[in-house]
Design a binder for this molecule. Structure first.
Ligand code: C2E
Ligand code: CA
Ligand code: CA
Length: 433
């Protein structure tokens, strides 16, 4: 009853174990949590990179899970792209939330297979015994239901609730926590430098938000931006990031010539009637010139409603700010559409840049995007530069701007100031005033 690929128990073995655990709890007090992990992108990996790579990803994921489990816990592979866990010694749903977050962070680091980096995402469903079920059968069913709820609300994980009233209550609690985080001191801005690749001086920084949650620790923006979008908090969140960033960067604008900051704009904001006015007012409050500000909009965000996006981008362009197309290469926009956009730069998605040394296809994509951008008179930014080799290849390809862990990870503003003052990327081509 072992899965041949991962050597973990299969569905039948898992159910037998779940049954035993549930029965043992009828004799002594305690709780267990049942988790189902649904891996995404497996089909895409199998079809684009081959089944061998897809299989290795599953095997390595199984290894990562094994490393964080206690001896009394159980992991199994219960479907092609589904793993299940039984966690013992769970005291309450707070513990289950921590466990779900821990599993999700296992996927933050890409898998390195045959020289390629493969990134996958997952959705989790969680249910507890005895709270949410009276036997093993209903525990497994309710965990599946929690997983379905997570998928339908586009959440990364969901803990089973008895009724929709409870689901709404839980979402409401999370929304309230995020709202308090925006109003309180739990959100932080980090900044990652961007350098001019050809002249080797610091050009600008990208502002990246973080949530320092009092219970669960640092939460990545990939986890809470979609929550903010879904519950109507994206406008206050953006207002906070915009004003905080401009306040933090004001000194840099004053001390460095042509210094600029890039801010990410969420997809749903392109439909927000007050967006342009909000940005205009923030620039006015902090006395910032429009050419010091770049707004990053993802290519896929624009493709949701290309006409509306075009209109919003033209209005933003009217303010004089720079516009950058983020995650370029993943959004399937057409050349004729691109030609009409009032944009200044394109940012090659990091998934291509990170692998370009090992993967010939990725290298070709990077080279083509650089040529395409230059043919349209656009600056081309490469993000996800993790090595000297990648940087020098990009230099050879004529890429304009570079960003990535090799240059610096995102840092809080005080550390960024220190970095800016001591970095070797500071050539006298961009002298301090
Ligand atoms: P993004 O705009 O594509 O941001 C780049 C992400 O790549 C950042 O992750 C950054 O830390 C990471 N990164 C940079 N260099 C490297 C590298 O060399 N290697 C690797 N592996 N990663 C690198 P982060 O900060 O977790 O942000 C994730 C996403 O969250 C961003 O992707 C952006 O879409 C969104 N986001 C971040 N801040 C904001 C914000 O203030 N507003 C909105 N709407 N979205 C934001
Ligand atoms: Ca970005
Ligand atoms: Ca990006």
């Amino acid at each position: 009853m072992l899965d041949h690929l991962t050597s973990l128990p299969s569905r039948k073995g898992f159910f037998d174990k779940l049954n035993k655990q549930v029965q043992s709890l009828s004799e002594k007090p305690g709780k267990i949590a049942c988790l189902i992990i649904n891996i995404h992108e497996l089909k895409k990996i199998n079809s684009s990179l081959g089944y061998d790579i897809g299989d290795t990803v599953l095997q390595e994921f199984a290894q990562r899970i094994r490393r964080i489990l206690r001896e009394t816990d159980t992991a199994a592979r219960i479907g092609d792209n589904k793993f299940a866990l039984i966690l013992t010694s769970i005291m309450n749903s707070g513990h289950a939330t921590l466990a779900a977050n821990k599993i999700l962070t296992l996927l933050d680091e890409p898998f390195r297979i045959n020289g390629s980096k493969v990134q996958i995402k997952a959705t989790l469903g969680v249910a507890l015994y005895p709270e949410h079920a009276e036997n093993a059968q209903s525990l497994l069913q309710n965990t599946e239901e929690a997983l379905d709820q997570a998928k339908s609300t586009r959440s990364e994980y969901n803990i089973y609730c008895h009724s929709n009233v409870n689901i709404e209550r839980r979402n409401h609690i999370l929304e309230k926590e995020l709202k308090d985080a925006i109003d309180g001191d739990e959100l932080l801005m980090h900044y990652q430098p961007q350098i001019s690749i050809q002249q080797q001086y610091v050009n600008s920084v990208e502002a990246l938000v973080r949530w320092q949650h009092p219970k669960t620790g640092m939460i990545s923006p990939d986890r809470f931006i979609s929550l903010a979008e879904n519950c109507g908090l994206i406008v206050p969140l953006t207002l906070w990031t915009l004003n905080t960033t401009l306040r933090h960067c004001k000194n840099c604008f004053e001390s460095w010539q042509n210094f600029s900051v890039s801010i990410n704009l969420s997809a749903v904001l392109l439909h927000e009637p007050d967006l342009v006015e909000m940005i205009r007012q923030s620039m006015q409050i902090w006395g910032i010139n429009a050419n010091n500000l770049t707004l990053e909009v993802t290519e896929s965000a624009m493709m949701v409603d290309p006409d509306k996006s075009m209109q919003t981008l033209h209005e933003l362009n009217g303010l004089g700010v720079n516009i950058s197309i983020d995650d370029f290469g993943t959004g399937h926009s057409s050349l004729s559409y691109l030609k009409q956009l009032p944009v200044n730069e394109i940012k090659i998605d990091k998934s291509f840049v990170m692998n370009m040394n090992e993967n010939e296809d990725d290298r070709k994509i990077v080279r083509s995007v650089i040529d395409l951008g230059h043919n349209f008179d656009l600056k081309v930014v490469a993000e996800g530069i993790e090595s000297e080799q990648t940087l020098s290849e990009l230099r050879g390809m004529g890429c304009d701007i570079g960003q990535g862990y090799y240059i610096s990870r995102p840092l809080p503003m005080d550390e960024m100031q220190h970095w800016l003052n001591s970095t070797t990327w500071n050539s006298n081509k961009n002298p301090q005033k």
